[in-house]
Design a protein around this ligand. Structure first.
Ligand SMILES: Cc1cc2nc3c(=O)[nH]c(=O)nc-3n(C[C@H](O)[C@H](O)[C@H](O)COP(=O)(O)O)c2cc1C
Length: 220
């Protein structure tokens, strides 16, 4: 522990979790079906941004990076999000497609951890989603050179003005450097907080030649 803390952590900063057990028998045979159940409950509970998750990536040299993103779709194939392909995360995923995602639904004492790899979705799918976005966001995708250094805050405003002018009166096309990724899971863990840190962790991993899902429990 550092000698002088900026803020003292006390018993008040500790809490116990609720007592809703999550048994392996209650977990769906397919983890995406299970994810759908918990996601639906997160929506019903009116949690803020239940589709927000953190995504960890790593460069080829192993340097990790983590950031929050919005899930925009999930299917039996995986979890989709949209971003700038030239961003730090985009560069990482080009060098090293392995990644990990975490959904935290704290009010429900739950987290869902996903490990797998990310692939770009098809240009047609990215086009379809891009076309559904508000015009300001479409212009923003052209104007923001995401993750690169900006000299000052004016640069972005100037670029927004310039692309607004460029696409005046016409549909904004999707920038080639902007689109979706799908995270294809190889392992998914459902974590239910329990009293005294004796949490339930029900996990799934792909096994065998048919790559079917195996379900198992982990120690908390
Ligand atoms: C709640 C929330 C949702 C976000 N959703 C996205 C998103 O869907 N796509 C995206 O590119 N960035 C999103 N961001 C911004 C990212 O966290 C991050 O700053 C950005 O993608 C650049 O990350 P990178 O430099 O690691 O590539 C979101 C941030 C927050 C706080």
């Amino acid at each position: 522990m550092p000698k002088k803390e900026l803020r003292e952590f006390t018993k008040k900063d500790r809490r116990d979790f609720g007592n809703d057990p999550f048994d392996i028998g209650d977990a769906a045979p397919d983890p995406i079906d299970q994810f759908a159940r918990w996601y639906e409950q997160a929506i019903e509970s009116e949690l803020p941004d239940p589709y927000a998750f953190t995504l960890a990536t790593a460069a080829a040299n192993g340097s990790p990076s983590v950031r929050t993103l919005y899930m925009r779709d999930f299917t039996k194939d995986g979890i989709t999000f949209f971003t700038n392909y030239n961003s730090t995360k985009g560069q990482h995923l080009t060098e090293n497609s392995k990644c990990a995602a975490n959904f935290l639904w704290l009010e429900l004492n739950r987290q869902v951890r996903v490990e797998g790899r990310a692939e770009k979705i098809s240009p047609e799918e990215s086009d379809a989603y891009f076309a559904s976005r508000p015009r300001e966001s479409q212009i923003g995708a052209w104007a923001s050179d995401q993750s690169s250094t900006a000299a000052d805050s004016e640069v972005l405003s100037r670029r927004i003005a310039s692309f607004t002018e460029k696409y005046k009166g016409i549909d904004v096309p999707r920038p080639p450097h902007w689109g979706g990724y799908i995270i294809i899971p190889s392992e998914i863990e459902f974590w239910q907080g329990r009293p005294s840190r004796l949490h339930d962790r029900i996990c799934y991993r792909r096994v065998g030649t048919d790559r079917s899902w195996e379900k198992f429990r982990r120690f908390p």
